[in-house]
Design a protein around this ligand. Structure first.
Ligand code: PGA
Length: 249
């Protein structure tokens, strides 16, 4: 399977910058790597338009759990699908931290995203304090179970779980690949407790996120049970991002 590289542009690019970056990515013609670009809501349509017919997929950075209704300010998975999205990031630590998003919110969003035909990218990860207290595995198991328990994944539905140690995000210093590997093993074992083994093997990918760049990307994608990376900072400049993707070809 091709490695998966998810670019999370966060709230960092306006519409013209998003269009320009998408245009550079279109020129780069990526082969052998699955790319998902996640602009902010207001820039989704512009980026969908630039990247149509390139094979680059588009993801949103969040969604609501209802499919339509009087929910001022929210965006439904069905709206995202119609706009051209095929992926959606759910439960990013920044949303858990600043928007008070709970495990239950994450669960409802994952369910709704799958029902709308989107592939959820569910983010899990411990804070520095939780790690210091030895609670890393507990947090990963707890977040994964609460997000996914009771959800069935029927072909062709797919899911991505992104392991992102919270304090590493945006720090410029990734964790040791072996540490990510151990976390992915915990997540995989938890997934096997929730889903049939064949579903875990065929329909769920685990990826790493947190200060991934062109120098370290390969050490993460080379890990067992690791299908790709979620990239923030290094996805914002075309040269950085293209160099990162080229490492995986
Ligand atoms: P980073 O962000 O690559 O800038 O650490 C990753 C993320 O938040 O998904």
């Amino acid at each position: 399977m091709e490695p998966l590289v998810v670019a999370n542009w966060k709230m960092k690019l306006g519409v013209s910058a998003s269009r320009e970056l998408a245009t550079e990515l279109k020129r780069a013609r990526f082969n052998g790597v699955e790319i998902v670009v996640c602009p902010s809501f207001v820039n989704l349509l512009a980026v969908v338009d630039v990247l149509k017919k390139t094979g680059v997929q588009i993801g949103a950075q969040n969604c609501f759990w209802e499919s339509s209704g009087a929910y001022t300010g929210e965006v439904s998975p069905a709206e995202l699908y119609e706009a051209g999205c095929r992926y959606v990031i759910i439960g990013h630590s920044e949303r858990r931290q600043y928007l008070r998003e709970t495990d239950s919110d994450v669960h409802h969003k994952v369910k709704a995203a799958l029902a709308a035909g989107l592939i959820p990218i569910v983010c899990v990860g411990e804070t520095f304090e939780q790690r210091q207290q030895g609670g890393q595995d507990y947090v990963l198991i707890d977040q994964t179970v609460k997000a996914l328990e009771g959800i069935s994944l029927l072909p062709p539905q797919q899911l991505v779980v992104a392991y992102e140690p919270v304090w590493v995000i945006g720090s410029g210093q990734a964790i040791e690949p072996a540490e990510a590997g151990a976390a992915h093993q915990v997540i995989r074992q938890t997934l096997i407790d929730i889903f049939p083994l064949s579903v875990v093997a065929d329909s769920i990918r685990i990826i790493y996120g947190g200060s991934v760049n062109e120098s370290n990307v390969k050490s993460f994608t080379a890990l067992p049970h690791t299908s790709g990376v979620l990239v923030g900072g290094a996805s914002l400049h075309p040269a950085d991002f293209i160099a990162l993707v080229n490492e995986l070809k």
